[in-house]
Design a protein around this ligand. Sequence first.
Ligand code: SPV
Ligand code: MN
Length: 613
Amino acid sequence: MVDVHAALDSAGLKNVHVREYVQYWAELTGAARVEVVSASDDARLISEALAEGEILPAGEGCYYSRSYAKDTARSEERTVVATSNPADKGVYNNWHPTAEMRPLLEERMRGASAGKTMYVVPYLMAPSGSPLERYAAGVELTDCRTVALHMIRMARVGVHYIEELADPDSFVRAVHVTGDLEKLGQGTPEDQRYFVTIADERTILHFGSSYGGNALLGKIAHGLRQAAYDGWASGEFLAEQFMLIGITDKVTGRRYHICGGFPSASGKTNLAMMLAPDELSDRYRVDFYGDDIAWLRVDPDDGKIYGLNPEFGVFGVAKDTNETTNPTALKAVAPGTGTLFTNVAYNDETHEVWWEGRTPKPPADVTGWRDWTGTLISERVPEDADAPWAHPNSRFTTTLANVPNIAPDFDDPKGVPIDAIIFGGRASDREPLIRAITDLAEGVYDGLTLGAEATFAAEGVDGVLRYDPMSMRPFMAYPEGAYAAHWLKVIGSAASKPIFAHVNWFQRDPEDGHYLWPGYRDNLRPLLWLLRLAEGEVRGRQTPVGIVPTKDELDLDGVAITPQDLETILTIDTPRWKEEMTYREQHLKQFNDLPEDIWQAHRRVAAALDDAD
Ligand code: SPV
Ligand code: MN
């Protein structure tokens, strides 16, 4: 039997609650060794992982790994929120009773780490000293060294974080057991995987994957699902899948902060890391705080909403990252950054990495290049000749501090005051470039009806949105009606309320399909308009669905856009909107106990659209 206490003693881990927890799971999983991990162990763990072939060198101080081929993304179907209270069942949280789930997970995990090391990873999902610190501490147990390496990049990792807790028993217990990946039936009716958050016990049990959010438990399991539940149960905060940026006006010296939610593949990471367009960069600077998670609370001292990114790193999608779409991300993964690449293409001889969209065409000389599955490009069978070299969900993992425009105060424990909350999908029509919403209930209503267009038949009716409330559909921890009420309560209790807006960079010409708005850096322009609107410097034009900019209120210096396209993206298509309202009603009707304020907001918008005829 492994001597757990000797391992914990040698790491100086004294917290008795953590010790009991580690002891329990070391015994249950049958791990052969226990090792406590701090960020300072990174270099040694990297050397060991290189020696074992778990990672490969990818240029100076960067690394590459391939995951098991059937283990390349989160699985929403296998993700469960469990509690002891059936009233916690919502539409999206896939609720099951704890009494059913815990034994299932314990059965799968029993003996499943035999022969392996159990890494004990104490972490904090927030800067030290944050008012939300008591919700931020966790200890992940993982039997995968690469997961420990990811955690060091994505969270603040070290023994001291759990030695100094105000309540030493208040930490998230996050257990990750990989299992025998070749025998788990991923995606079949016999799928053995389970990703469970027992929210009212602050325990996360993930079995059957070593990829991304399935395995790095600080990120979405704790940072979103558990934190959303904690924020609701305590009444204190919101945890949202939001990016967070700062905008500084160098002339006035004012700093603004915007956070917001975007469903997958709507350009959230690119927006979070954007730079000001050349024409505006003398005056404005954009700072990066986070690309995936924000925790929001009201500060009792000044009554403002404060937002913080609980993460320490970026787990970004590699696909289509290039000098145009996201130059700051490329710098954040440059040599010397300690970046871990996963499932991109890799060159055995030069140690280079490549992914679709990195350059317009893949490297012409295929010598040494292997695709994400490890197959040499030169030896691909003809049927696979056009298959992507990198997996579409291939990733880079790098710490926040590597992002060149990281905000100087990114780890301020207080967080930053939020001026605006934005939502954005990927809509080919209907949604204008930006529409501002000043009413709280209408803003929350807009978040609840956020969605991304169904792109192919299997996902739904063409052109109909797949609703993704607040971009939290996969991370929803408790019922949607209560979620909406909690939003109204938290933001409603702020003395100065943020302005809301809905943005859309993706309108297309119905005839030739071209994008009407250039996007990327130019997305700063509508955001500047929004901040000026909030300051009362512009008035915009009221429409049934919010305030849109007039043409002359947008700073378009240097933007390549035709007058006709500009007109379209600043216009409300009333018939399309009316059609959308019937889908929204069906969507909202699924949710029990949706606050009357939200229904009223819905009816107000519907009535305004009727009046617009
Ligand atoms: C997402 O899927 O929204 C992510 C990546 O942020 S993962 O952590 O794998 O969920
Ligand atoms: Mn995400």
